[in-house]
Design a protein around this ligand. Structure first.
Ligand SMILES: *Cc1c(COP(=O)(O)O)cnc(C)c1O
Length: 351
């Protein structure tokens, strides 16, 4: 069994820094007159007042999320999208010009973008042809400066889930952090890794309100991890990273779980219908099995079909030049009406 030591993973400057202490942080008791933060005491030129700084640690929202996810609030970090959590992990753990991370292409693009911004090396271990982990190649790639391994499951853009046993091998053997990006977990038949948080101090799980929850415009991402990791994320983030409007609207939305569950069920049914209908088309070669709200479809002349659809005002994602995705389009499941429009357009496509 490997030895996990968080202190060895954290950059020296981050260990030594003293975090910014905001006015709202220093005094959090009960009071009626707040003259500590240089706010405008009169109000805001809006129907709702936003003149006060937001809660820097979003306690009310975390309580609500804790109830839904079954994770204690001190194990939750909230960010401006999951993208903030991804960037913070680089800034806390990866020494620029020295450290590296491992990613598994084809996968979500932000891991590599964040690595490049932070001048951190990226080791790419391609997924196998059935879009699973190549454990031998991963073992050979890990070195003393490998800090993070990003596993996206269900994976974007392929749509499949990564075998749970393989992820457990990483969790049991890698002494850096294993980051599991579960952005699409609500659509999946697979279980979240959240129950495993108590077992693995090196596990970080990312989820988001941007997909199944229908709140991409609000920008709220969640990270679940051991308290020491969460504490570092809170020290390094911008003090007021989640604005008041987002905190309030997310609270309200999280009370509406039933409409989210209904949309999720409809999306999964629509995905099955769209898959069957696409397979009837002469130019469809493969519709890859998907645990997400999109499908990866291999088509003859994918690029031409992309341009044809775009000319008709229907935009899908051209992945045809992505590794292992030759001739593939990634199609998000829309409303029944949108999916029908897509199918009608494709039926009229002349190869
Ligand atoms: C869409 C997506 C996200 C969401 O990012 P946000 O910043 O929370 O909107 C994260 N990871 C993957 C793999 C995604 O596809």
């Amino acid at each position: 069994m490997m030895e996990f030591n968080l202190d060895k993973l954290v950059r020296e400057n981050i260990k030594k820094m003293s975090p910014y202490s905001s006015a709202r942080h220093e005094f959090s008791g009960a009071a009626t007159v707040f003259l500590d933060a240089n706010e405008n005491a009169f109000g805001s030129p809006l129907p709702v007042n936003y003149n006060r700084y937001p809660d820097p640690l979003q306690s009310a929202l975390k309580e609500k999320i804790s109830g839904i996810k079954g994770v204690p609030p001190q194990h939750i970090f909230l960010g401006n999208g999951s993208d903030e959590a991804i960037d913070l992990l680089f800034r806390i753990f990866c020494e620029p010009g020295r450290d590296n991370v491992i990613i598994f292409p084809p996968t979500y693009g932000m891991y590599e973008v964040c690595a490049e911004i932070n001048d951190v090396g990226v080791k790419k271990i391609q997924l196998t042809p059935d879009f699973q982990l190549d454990l031998d190649a991963i073992e050979a790639a890990v070195d003393a400066h490998t800090k993070l391994i990003f596993v996206c499951s269900p994976n974007n853009p392929t749509g499949n889930s990564i075998h749970r046993k393989d992820i457990e091998v990483l969790l049991n053997n890698f002494d850096g952090l294993v980051v599991i990006d579960e952005a699409y977990i609500n659509y999946s038949r697979q279980q979240t890794f959240i129950p495993e948080l108590t077992e693995y101090p090196n596990l970080v799980i990312l989820q988001t309100l941007s997909k199944a929850w229908g709140l991409a415009g609000l920008r709220l991402g969640m990270a679940f991890a051991g308290q020491p990791v969460i504490d570092y994320m809170n020290r390094v983030k911008y003090p007021y990273n989640i604005n008041t409007a987002t905190q309030q609207l997310a609270m309200e939305a999280l009370g509406n779980i039933s409409s989210v569950n209904n949309w999720t069920k409809t999306t999964v049914l629509q995905k099955e219908g769209l898959t069957a209908a696409l397979l009837e088309l002469p130019f469809t070669e493969i519709v890859y099995p998907s645990d997400a709200n999109f499908i990866l479809v291999k088509m003859k002349e994918a690029r031409r079909i992309y341009a044809y659809l775009a000319a008709k005002g229907i935009i899908v994602r051209d992945r045809s030049n992505v590794i292992l995705c030759n001739d593939c389009l990634r199609i998000t499941i829309g409303t029944p009406d949108e999916n029908n429009q897509l199918l009608e357009a494709l039926k009229n496509y002349m190869a």
